[in-house]
Design a protein around this ligand. Structure first.
Ligand code: MSP
Length: 509
């Protein structure tokens, strides 16, 4: 059985999760559901990055010990993922013992290999990013991401010989042209590697909240060296007799942390003699009403707020329909409601409601038997099969909006087909055979739509399947369900409540 191991970044639990965290985690959930549909054995890892100065400082501000502080926030992350219908396989915390052991192992491997040396670090640091910066990377003297003042650090530190891995990294990038996606990010990283790589500091000794180095108890692990290792401890790399999931098939990350994942992490793995992940995909950032999401300026949208606007499925749909995965997007309540009303309520919701009403009215609520298929119905069937194929291709390329667009073209086609064939006229004229063929075609089309959309809007997909008298869970294997003609004539349908009731304010205004 083919396996698929997908990860999200592990989040700093210094506050409750917001739209940025939700974005990557929903993306991983969508891919998990998709690959399960394809019959693959999937492992989906997420979790929290709990060490480092940033967390220590937040704990102090909250009058708590760091561990007590992070313990208080972890349930918020787990609750948020549950509310968003995200089904991960493991939630890893970097304060777990097995993870600490894995981190020490990574340090030992590089130490023995001669890739770690002691030195003195003097330079700039942004605690928000937990990253070292060079003067030329700053924007007006501030961190380019957080726009806050960077700190001048001066401390004894261990260094990792990243410079020694330049050629091997280049070779890997040359060989694996899709190692980093989108392509623009691949080119950008390749260019930066070619420019040259600097060794970097991998330990701190001016504070205590971290994992002690195995070869020097005075130093704690640099939080990124610690955090990246979660992808191995998350699948019990050390304990496993044989590696079922490693190497990871996909690390999903935001564009701000692509360097750590596509350069530092591969170099760490090369140093430890561990195979590299297969692909790293960097998505863009969301702004909120065209402004940068920022806690200090009150421009944050947390998970509860996101859900409260139009429900879970509308939020999940919006995030992946509104912008191409890989590019930036702008979030606003109005834009979300607009998509809910036009795409979900008007196009998908109405299609389902009309089809079910017609089936109840003209076919006594039972899926009709098709005795005569005409050209128009055949066109729909062919379009359905093309939709299945094209959606699959988009999903392989991690092109979520492409997949949704493809399904929506088919939804529009089904609506047009109803208009064109006018079942109400066929009923009036007693053209029973033709009427039943139209209704079967529409119902079967809707069934396929529900299967294809189930990774994106799982709750709605299940409701649609139930209305069609189908069990999404029982027949969830794509190879069994993504073909034409699965609806059994005689199956009772049952019209349900409106799928996406519109917001009265928006409808009137
Ligand atoms: N702890 C590190 C990751 C370690 S992974 C080995 C970290 N954590 S974080 O909590 O700061 O951020 C995690 C993710 O949230 C990043 O991928 C980042 O890109 C994403 N986002 C934060 N704000 C965002 C938006 N406004 N929009 C989209 N994603 C954003 O970094």
């Amino acid at each position: 059985m083919k396996k698929f191991y997908v990860t999200t970044p592990i989040y700093y639990p210094n506050d409750i999760p917001h739209i940025g965290h939700a974005y990557t985690t929903i993306a991983a959930d969508i891919l998990t559901r998709w690959h399960r549909l394809m019959g693959e054995e999937v492992f989906f890892l997420t979790g929290t990055d709990e060490h480092g100065k940033k967390i220590e400082t937040a704990a102090v501000q909250n009058n708590k010990e760091p561990k007590e502080f992070v313990d208080s926030l972890i349930p918020k992350f787990k609750e948020a993922w549950e509310k968003l219908n995200i089904k991960y396989d493991r939630f890893i915390r970097t304060t777990e013992d097995a993870h600490k052991e894995m981190v020490r192992y990574m340090y030992e491997q590089s130490w023995e290999k001669g890739d770690i040396y002691k030195g003195f670090y003097e330079g700039l640091y942004c605690t928000g990013c937990e990253a070292y910066y060079q003067e030329k990377e700053l924007s007006e003297g501030c961190c380019p991401i957080h726009k806050t003042k960077v700190e001048h650090l001066k401390e004894e530190s261990y260094f990792f010989k990243l410079s020694a891995y330049r050629d091997r990294l280049l070779e890997h990038f040359e060989k694996k042209k899709d190692f980093v996606r989108p392509e623009s990010r691949y080119n950008e990283i390749l260019y930066r590697i070619k420019e040259g790589l600097n060794d970097f500091s991998i330990s701190r000794n001016s504070f205590k909240w971290g994992i002690e180095l195995p070869f020097d108890k005075e130093h704690i692990a640099y939080v990124w060296f610690d955090a990246l290792t979660n992808y191995l401890s998350g699948v019990d790399y050390l304990a496993a007799k044989e590696q079922k999931y490693w190497p990871a098939d996909l690390h999903l990350v935001g564009k701000d942390i692509i360097w750590f994942h596509s350069v530092i992490w591969p170099a760490m793995l090369m140093s430890a003699g561990i195979p590299l992940p297969k692909k790293i995909f960097a998505h863009g950032w969301w702004t909120f009403n065209k402004e940068k999401i920022s806690k200090s300026r009150g421009k944050v949208i947390n998970v509860d707020e996101l859900i409260s606007i139009a429900g879970v499925d509308a939020a999940r749909y919006f995030l992946f329909a509104e912008t191409t995965f890989g590019q930036d997007g702008d979030f606003s309540t109005e834009a979300l409601l607009r998509r809910r009303d036009s795409d979900l309520a008007n196009e998908l919701g109405n299609l389902v409601s009309r089809a079910l009403t017609m089936c109840e009215k003209y076919c006594a609520g039972k899926t009709p038997l098709v005795s005569n298929v005409d050209t128009e119905a055949l066109v729909i069937k062919q379009a359905a099969l093309n939709t299945v194929k094209k959606t699959g291709k988009c999903m392989e390329e991690i092109d979520f909006s492409g997949a949704l667009n493809t399904v929506w073209l088919f939804i529009k086609l089904l609506n047009q087909y109803i208009e064109k064939t006018a079942p109400w006229t066929l009923a009036k004229n007693n053209e029973k055979e033709k009427l039943e063929a139209v209704i079967y075609t529409v119902l079967e089309g809707i069934r396929l739509v529900a299967v294809l959309l189930s990774p994106f809007i799982p709750e709605t997909a299940e409701k649609i399947m139930n209305q069609l008298g189908q069990d999404l869970k029982a027949a969830h294997l794509f190879i069994e369900t993504a073909k034409w003609g699965c609806l059994q004539p005689g199956t009772f349908v049952k019209k349900g409540a409106i799928l996406f009731p519109k917001d009265p304010k928006i409808k009137d205004g």
